[in-house]
Design a protein around this ligand. Structure first.
Ligand code: NAI
Ligand code: F6P
Length: 420
């Protein structure tokens, strides 16, 4: 749907994934930047609701409860539909963003490729930018590769090279699932007030000549994106995941419960973020100072301690095998510490806790259990982390597993839940 002139929107943005980050972060930010936002989702009931409602509220999960943001000027389209193809082809559409989960990018790529091919015919020389707003490194690169798999003709590839920007980014706002009250709008979301969206300026096309940006308040551009992505993924997500898996071991249901456990969890999470930070500062010298990074860690811990954000350890710990990926929040910082010969004891506790995570409702947690049962823990550590038996990293994880066995026993002796 092109932007409706009576709404005052200057352009259209299509956002794949009308979930927590879509409705709670990127969508509202684009609406505020004067875009008409078209949410594309496979959940047809959600799309119906989006098209039924003229507005929704973004509630702040903060102690002082700031006034909610009122969001309007959006519509919904079913992902993969002809309407979506048309929307992408419209000259007025200047931006495509996603927050569907990194593994889903390959499923949105065909629709994007189809829309772009039509755009080439219908909107000629008008530029458009694509940004995958997912946790992970190089998510937009992944999406780009997937889109190119659906281009059969060299002419289409050349046109896309010239007129379509693909920019990686780092996206940060904690948006847990939100249960609206009975009389509230089903589209309402609850968010923390903190947000950070950092986008690789090198990937974008058609920046404004005067501001050298896309003029979207809240979108920060950088040419040092890998440093920002690793700062976020290897600090916030590392600490968050570590708190989640350790919380699970101690029978604590939420991140707040976990991080306020000062006897066991808090010092490990803080230690893991500091260990990770030491490697980050070596890897990207001059981008962040030591003081700046310590302040980032403190700020992040403050966000975890926000009692208004009720965030289950099972959400933050979802898909543990993805989180054990080589360039992901747990193994990535350990590898960096290994490269610089830095301490990694607390990081190893996070990895060990992930290997002890058991949740029958999470397929990847089930796979971890099956692997450990099948090959034994020592081999499972090798296979699931990539660290070879006898390496420093492997040894640290084995030691951490022994420590955590003790934590588990202590918890069981206390009736299954260890409080601070
Ligand atoms: N929730 C959070 O606090 C944060 C999430 N992220 C990242 O944002 C991404 C999305 O996370 P959430 O919003 O929490 O997930 P979510 O589950 O709330 O939303 C994902 C949405 O994508 C839709 N979807 C699935 N397949 C699709 C397809 N083929 N086409 C279009 N839509 C499709 C789902 O129906 C759902 O509405 C993930 O990569 C996550 O790592 C990043 C920072 C914070
Ligand atoms: O969506 P993922 O990658 O499973 O991770 C969830 C994490 O991302 C965040 O949503 C914040 O960036 C956190 O809430 C959580 O640590």
């Amino acid at each position: 749907m092109p932007s409706d002139p009576s709404s005052g929107a200057k352009h259209t943005a299509i956002h794949f994934g009308a979930g927590n980050i879509g409705r709670g972060f990127i969508g509202p930010l684009l609406v505020k930047a004067n875009f008409h936002v078209v949410f594309a989702d496979v959940n047809t009931q959600l799309i119906d609701k989006i098209n039924e409602q003229a507005s929704y509220e973004v509630h702040y999960l903060e102690p002082r409860k700031p006034k909610p943001d009122h969001i309007e000027n959006f519509s919904g389209v079913v992902s993969g539909s002809d309407q979506l193809e048309r929307d992408i082809s419209e000259e007025d559409t200047k931006l495509i963003t996603t927050s569907v989960g990194i593994a889903v990018l390959k499923h949105v790529a065909p629709a994007i490729a189809k829309g772009l091919k039509r755009r080439k015919k219908e909107a000629g020389q008008s530029t458009i930018n694509i940004i995958a707003c997912e946790n992970g490194q190089g998510a937009t690169d992944t999406l780009k590769e997937e889109v190119y798999k659906h281009l059969e003709v060299d002419e289409d590839k050349k046109w896309i090279d010239e007129f379509v920007g693909f920019a990686n980014c780092s996206v940060d706002r904690i948006v847990p699932p939100f249960e609206p009250e009975e009389n509230e709008n089903p589209l309402d979301v609850g968010v923390e007030s903190f947000h950070e969206w950092v986008v690789d300026s090198n990937g974008l096309k058609g920046l404004s000549r005067s501001t050298k940006s896309l003029d979207i308040p809240g979108m920060k551009l950088t040419s040092d994106l890998p440093a920002y992505v690793q700062r976020k993924l290897y600090t916030l997500n590392c600490g968050h995941a570590t708190a989640a898996y350790l919380g699970f071991i101690l029978g604590l249901p939420t991140i707040y419960d976990a991080i306020t456990n000062t006897s066991h969890i808090y010092p490990v999470v803080l230690g893991a973020m500091r260990e990770s930070g030491a490697a980050l500062l070596k890897k990207f010298p001059g981008v962040f100072s030591e003081q700046e990074h310590e302040a980032y860690i403190e700020k992040t811990l403050g966000r975890f301690k926000n009692s208004n954000v009720v965030d289950d350890v099972t959400r933050v710990g979802r898909q543990p095998l993805r989180k054990l990926g080589q360039n992901e929040r747990l193994i990535g910082p350990m590898t960096s510490c290994g490269e610089y010969n830095l301490p990694m004891r607390n990081l190893a506790m996070g990895v060990a806790a992930t290997l002890m995570y058991r949740n029958d409702e999470d397929d990847q947690a089930k796979e971890i259990k099956e692997k450990v049962d099948k090959v034994g823990i020592e081999k499972a550590v090798e296979d699931l982390t990539g660290f070879k038996k006898g390496s420093k990293e492997w040894e640290e994880i084995i030691n951490a597993l022994n420590v955590l066995k003790g934590w588990k026993e202590e918890t069981e002796n206390q009736g299954g839940k260890m409080t601070a």
